[in-house]
Design a protein around this ligand. Structure first.
Ligand SMILES: NC(=O)c1ccc[n+]([C@@H]2O[C@H](COP(=O)([O-])OP(=O)(O)OC[C@H]3O[C@@H](n4cnc5c(N)ncnc54)[C@H](O)[C@@H]3O)[C@@H](O)[C@H]2O)c1
Length: 309
């Protein structure tokens, strides 16, 4: 298959790139390196450096290459930045996605896989883990932009007949994660400890997230190459982990020699979330394979820390 991965130089996109290339697919990466890194590019990928917010750039990409599938991971991913600059968040996440959708319709690309957020789209639902029928309560400009893209994809797909799979990820973590963003707490704590700085727990540390390892996420994206059309899938482990537990797991990977965490002022964020991924199991045959403790060890090791596993 000839696949265009937007954001393929980023954390999740680069793992998907490696997975697809390992399966024998031809990958083109479209990235503006705003957060992505050249060193994450696979030598077998074709790079197009460009910005998805620029309509003529996007059309040029589709004019040059013929694609069987668009895997769309480029985005402004930082929830706090989305409060500071909701216009830019909307430009990158919504207008960027519309540029791609318009081009894929015009150039007759049959399918898109879209990276949405299960960590942010449901708010803090009463019943956990949340499945895909839980009403979205997007509590940030970022989550609003992702839900808006989902709606555009479903609506335009009905009209123009392209296929789609939408993934609502939990908090993805693992090697290559940039130490900021929606879900970067494992990477943030690791980097702070590496530099001898105390990690900061904002608020009580009681708020919970569902952590899913990036290789499991890449595998879901491989399964969706051929399956899962017309579906929205939660991708998570269904387990709530609070911030203090994250700190403890990272600290343990450092051999418990780590510094004590500092307590920071609370910030507006989802209180508790965990995702029910049984729909992905049923339709795609996807289940997470890496538990949090092993995933944290792999992540901390990838920062060059000598962990005993
Ligand atoms: N990390 C998570 O836990 C998580 C959770 C839910 C959803 N997601 C979604 O998954 C996707 C990937 O997230 P990530 O954590 O790998 O982030 P990331 O920042 O590492 O990757 C984003 C990539 O997109 C590129 N990019 C950003 N703006 C661009 C633009 N205007 N034009 C072209 N390229 C651009 C960046 O350079 C980077 O390579 C995003 O859509 C994000 O919203 C991530």
């Amino acid at each position: 298959m000839r696949v265009l991965i937007t954001g393929g130089a980023g954390f999740i996109g680069s793992h998907i790139q490696d997975k697809y290339i390992g399966l024998g697919h031809h990958v083109t990466v479209l990235d503006n390196f705003s957060t992505g890194k050249r060193e994450y590019l696979n030598p077998l990928s074709t790079l197009i450096e460009g910005d998805i917010t620029d309509e003529s750039t996007v059309r040029g990409v589709f004019q040059k290459g013929k694609f069987d599938l668009i895997n769309h991971h480029a985005a402004q991913i930082n929830i706090r930045y989305s409060y500071d600059d909701p216009i830019n968040d909307c430009r990158v996440n919504v207008i960027g996605t519309l540029n791609l959708l318009k081009a894929m319709i015009d150039f007759k690309v049959p399918k898109i896989i879209f990276a949405s957020t299960g960590g942010a789209i449901y708010g803090s639902p009463q019943t956990l883990p949340a499945d895909e029928s839980t009403p979205p309560v997007p509590g940030s400009p970022y989550a609003i932009s992702k839900l808006t893209c989902e709606n555009y994809i479903r609506n335009l797909s009905e009209l123009y007949g392209f296929r789609y799979t939408i993934f609502r990820y939990a908090n993805v973590y693992g090697p290559r994660q940039i130490a900021k963003g929606e879900a970067g707490v494992v990477a943030i704590y690791t980097e702070r400890l590496l530099h001898g700085k105390s990690p900061v727990i904002f608020g009580t540390g009681d708020h919970t997230r569902d952590y899913v390892f990036v290789e499991d996420v890449a595998r879901a994206n491989a399964l969706a190459l051929e399956n899962g059309d017309g579906n929205i899938f939660n991708i998570g482990c269904g387990v709530e982990t609070n911030v203090r537990d994250v700190y403890d797991a990272v600290s343990k990977a450092f051999g418990d020699t780590a510094l004590d965490a500092k307590i920071g002022d609370p910030v507006p964020e989802v209180e508790r979330i965990a995702l029910d991924a049984s729909h992905a199991k049923k339709v795609l045959g996807w289940t997470p394979t890496i538990d949090f403790e092993s995933g944290v060890l792999k992540t901390v090791k990838s920062f060059g820390v000598d962990v005993s596993d």
